[in-house]
Write a protein that binds this ligand. Sequence first.
Ligand code: F6R
Length: 608
Amino acid sequence: MCGIIGAIAQRNVVPILLQGLQRLEYRGYDSAGLVVVENNELQRIRSTGRVAELTTRSAATSGHIGIAHTRWATHGVPSERNAHPHLSSNLIAVVHNGIIENYEELRTRLTAQGSVFTSDTDSEVIAHLINSYYARGNSLLVATQAALAELVGAYAIGVVAADNPSQLICARKGSPLLLGVGIDEHFIASDVSALLPVTKNVVYLEEGDVAEVSLHGYRIFDAKGQAVERPVHVSKLSNASMELGEYRHYMQKEIHEQPQALADTLEGVCNSQSLIPGIFGAEAAAAFEQVESILILACGTSHHAGLVARYWLEEIAGIPCTVEIASEYRYRVSVPNPKSLVVTISQSGETADTLAALNHAKALGHPHTLSICNVPESALVRLSKLHFLTRAGPEIGVASTKAFTTQLAALFLLTLVLAKQRGRLSAEKEQRHLHALRHLPSAVQLVLKLEPDIAQMAERFTDKRHALFLGRGLHYPIALEGALKLKEISYIHAEAYPAGELKHGPLALVDKDMPVIAVATNDALLEKLKSNLQEVRARGGELYVFADAGTRFHSSEGVHLMQMPEHAGYLSPILHTIALQLLAYYVALQKGTDVDKPRNLAKSVTVE
Ligand code: F6R
């Protein structure tokens, strides 16, 4: 989604803005632009190409204060005229992330008052609205505050004025924004990764905050206009963690980081002798005592993690669990159960639908909330009573990989803690599960060794237009996740089914041109899955079987076997998903797509 960076410094800020934009590229964008103030004039450069093109175009531009933006189109097509920053009378410039819901009404009013609109975006109204207050003699801060009071919707914004080169105003509500604190220079950004080359000291703005940022300091005002102090955090992110290193793509790097990401996520637990609810927060034990069911809310890949967890929670902990897509739950009339633990799962912690679903659950009277999230300072973590932080590190590739497997690890811990608290986990079983968790990073290493074989298998998919993924039980969500990975980065249409559903419809699609990818695990459903696969072979379908050790599958005509190193029991979904991530990655490589930034997608979906 859109990314914002802004800077005020004694040095030329254009290189800082461009480098920041480059580091925000992973969020997904279709155009980019910047504005600097120089000699009491706004100099704006915009482009529908990559940030690299904007860099070329900005070669002759310099300034000591500026704002910049990567845009992911919502209102108005991707084009230069719709790219940010938006100007009002060449006096006010604004970058915006989010959606202004009442923009039509504001646009009509402002047009009647003489504002001239030059884009189709909702964002442009913000520039004209601020200008309308600024023109009445208000300071830039007061004009911005007055304008914000009229906006309905979500925003993170940066504002500069041509006649005020010493102040940059910013604000957030519903979209993330933070301040970067340097020595006699200050910055704003959508996320900390954009600021790492200039500072690690950051201040996270709270909902409704407005800040006035200058060379030597900043002032923050809360939603009521009261001056407030917000703590300065020192980011633990290192520049190296954002670099590609020896890998071709971030997705490949992140797939390979999974042993470490899992080890980091499980660190505290695996070093201890037993599981305690405290890993989810100080109040977790008391809250877990009261809950009698689980409601999981999430989107996309994070939703798939929830679907896997349902199998674990019901089987191991004996606790009823429902899993809902956040965007459905938030608008559905549901029957709340205050004794449900509402678990939200999100890599970014800023996904608009997941945040709204959590707020909706709270409004319905759910007191127990837990978030599983990869970003410590995110809105989701702040909104939840309890939280567990996955320690996957920054995930840059749009397609989620290490965030997903660490979410699964966290959800497995939740299952074990609840099982223990409910008297369903003997000491011996607890030790067995802990042992399996300690072994997980090395089990993942073994799967990663299949990379050359999977790359070879991927070559058979180059000319395919469709694919079917099958799994059963715990691995049906893994089939869903495999299909999602393939479709989002290779653009091959992929569907996933529980294998038992095949003959209830999708079997009609199977012919020699339809590859069928099967997750074949060595568990109680193996023989049933084998029968389902026979049904595919009998119709000429090509099978690609990812089979656990001991499943006795063999390669033969029309059956391509990928022998998985072992069967990991309850943790098997984590191993199988990694194999399918590699498959999607190498198919995308074959097809030459933009693996890390697939078309139309954004990393952090901060609008509905
Ligand atoms: C797919 C993918 C998305 C995200 C979804 C939710 O690879 O990454 O489906 O999982 O947009 O994002 P988070 O987890 O940040 O809430």
